[in-house]
Design a protein around this ligand. Structure first.
Ligand code: SAM
Length: 198
């Protein structure tokens, strides 16, 4: 199951109409989702509706602009991923869902720095996982899990039953994450995700 399959399942289940994608690139996901309203934000993609960085986009739109599903897949660096999710929460409709790509790097190499990635383009999940767990740790009011498919697809909702907080050590490392990824990400198999939609 790919990220856009997850998104399309959510659209069908909740009858979502308004979609925002942060980080569009070639449009592989953007062109595979079916929405009445689709907006894409990417400073470097000709497929984007708004060719600006996500911070600029969120600063530009009015407070009352809402989307039903926001797909966060922009710059895979801790601070940016976290602020993209936090900004997305401010513009999420009641009952809406945020999907976050690349939350589950299988090895330490997959979370190497952006600078290393730029030297040689290859699979890269970056430190999106850190932005995700930073947010998860102090927020029992948000329901968050990661579906174990397509590099880890985070699901973030505000109207669920909430969640157990996680206890992140100071200066936590990839090794800490690797030992506890199931707990820290609330990692679930695809079948369990599909059951939540039944
Ligand atoms: C992994 S690709 C997106 C893939 C796409 N979402 C998909 O599923 O097919 C990441 C994209 O994020 C874009 N990007 C980088 N920095 C960004 C920023 N600050 N705001 C929005 N997009 C950004 C890059 O240009 C790149 O096209």
């Amino acid at each position: 199951m790919y990220r856009f399959d997850i998104i399309n399942h959510l659209i069908q289940r909740y009858d979502y109409q308004r979609y925002l994608e942060i980080g569009v690139e070639t449009g592989e996901a953007f062109n595979n989702v079916q929405y009445a309203v689709k907006h894409g934000v990417d400073p470097f993609s000709e497929n984007a509706t708004f060719r600006i960085p996500s911070d600029e986009f969120f600063a530009m739109i009015h407070d009352d602009v809402e989307y039903d599903l926001i797909f966060v897949d922009g710059l895979h660096v801790e601070d940016q991923a976290q602020s993209d999710i936090e900004n997305a929460l401010l513009h999420l409709s009641d009952g809406g869902t945020i999907v976050v790509h690349d939350c589950n790097p299988p090895t330490e190499w997959h979370q190497r720095s952006y600078e290393e990635f730029l030297k040689k383009y290859s699979d890269w999940n970056g430190t999106t996982w850190r932005g995700f767990v930073n947010l998860r740790a102090p927020r029992p009011d948000i329901e968050m899990c990661v579906v174990d498919t397509d590099w880890g697809c985070g699901i973030v909702r505000l109207d669920g039953e909430g969640q157990d907080v996680i206890d992140l050590p100071d200066n936590y490392s990839y090794t800490d994450f690797h030992a506890r990824r199931k707990e820290w990400l609330n990692l679930i198999p695809v079948e369990a995700f599909l059951q939540t939609l039944a």
